[in-house]
Structures are given as C-alpha cells and as structure tokens.
Design a protein around this ligand. Structure first.
Ligand SMILES: [Zn+2]
Length: 207
C-alpha cells in the first residue's frame, strides 16, 4: 500500500490533480479553496496544497481524498487510475528513496515561510483595526501594540527567507528554531481565527 502512495505522490502533483478535477489554479498557483466557502483564491497549490483561509493542507492524496470524500487508499487508487500510473515491477525501486537533506530543508523553509506570511497578514489587520483613535492614548489595544512591536522583525524574517541566498535562509531558520517562534505564532494564528468566529478575544490575550 505504501508503495502505491509513494508512486502516486512522486508522479502527480496536487496542482495537476486539482486541474484535472476541475479546480482552477491561476498563474501564481492560487485557487479558490474547495474545502471552505472561498470567494477569492486563498489556496496555494503546487506539489502540496495549503489554504490560508481554512488551513487545510496536505499532499495530492490528501487533496483528492477530501475532494471526493474518499479514504486515502481509495484516493491513491483513483489517482493511479486517472493518471495512468503503472505499478513498478516487483523489486524495482521498491524502496522509498530518501529525500536529500537540502530538499527537506527547503520544504521546512517553505512551511515556515507560509506561516510567517499568514502571521504578517494578521498583524497588518490588527495594526489597522485596533489602532487607537487618539494618538496620545496611553492604553492602546494590546493587539495594536503587538502588531507594531512584531511587524519589523517579522518582515525582516520574511525577506530573508525569501532571499535566494541559502546562507541567509539558513541563519534565519536557525534563529526561528532556537526561539520556538513558529509554535508561538501558530498559537496566535489559531486565536486570530477564533477571534473572527467569536468576535474578539479578551483584550490582553495577544500581548
Ligand atoms: Zn480553505
């Protein structure tokens, strides 16, 4: 079974499957998410997929399983069938090839990058929505304070991760790892989503 998964994943990208199954992907690789009520493209689709709206993510098999409400195994079989993937003869490349470390690192950078972009969008929103109406306000909303405080280093981190210089990227990834920043950001993002649903967290939560 895992061989089928490996073969499907190595031969079909999520983008190919999405297009084949009628999900329109624009030139920048964005599509309207089929898993939530999405009016503007908020799903990034490439080899894998990630929705900035509902946060669903996964590979081509996860995508197909969700789209057709299938089990992962049935989704893999469907993909193998639809994309005419032939099983390899026994003994031939039956072992799962290990990804080179550089590719694994690049994937991790991509994952962190997506989280940081989402965080930046949230902070931009906070900075606008919770800005004090009186600039002399001594007790501005904590979300505004948080946004003003964290946006400069965040933009810097995003710039560096976006850089084509692998040493820069490496340095910023090391810094991010050492501070556990991604886990903290994810927590804030989750609360940010709750906030949309519940119409506002307690005032001092995000500080
Ligand atoms: Zn979505």
């Amino acid at each position: 079974m895992s061989l089928l998964f490996t073969q499907v994943k190595s031969q079909v990208t999520t983008r190919q499957a999405a297009e084949r199954y009628g999900v329109q992907v624009n030139r920048s690789g964005m599509a309207c998410c089929p898993f939530h009520d999405d009016r503007h493209p908020s799903m990034k689709i490439d080899k894998r997929f990630y929705c900035f709206g509902c946060h669903t993510t996964g590979d081509v098999i996860d995508f197909t399983a969700r789209l057709f409400s299938l089990s992962l195994y049935d989704a893999a079989k469907k993909l193998a069938n639809d994309f005419n993937i032939q099983p390899l003869p026994p003994g031939q490349s039956a072992s799962i090839p290990k990804l080179p470390a550089s590719i694994i690192e690049r994937k991790e950078e991509q994952r962190v990058f997506e989280i940081l972009i989402e965080y930046e969008q949230l902070l931009e929103k906070w900075k606008e929505e919770y800005a004090p109406s009186d600039p002399m306000d001594e007790n501005p909303d904590s979300r505004f304070v948080h946004a003003v405080h964290f946006m400069p280093p965040l933009s810097d981190a995003i710039d560096r991760l976006f850089s084509s210089n692998s040493n820069e990227r490496k340095a910023i990834m090391e810094r991010i790892r050492s501070t556990d920043a991604v886990a903290k950001i994810k927590e804030i993002l989750n609360e940010g989503c709750q906030e949309v649903k519940n119409d506002g967290p307690e005032k001092d939560r995000a500080a």
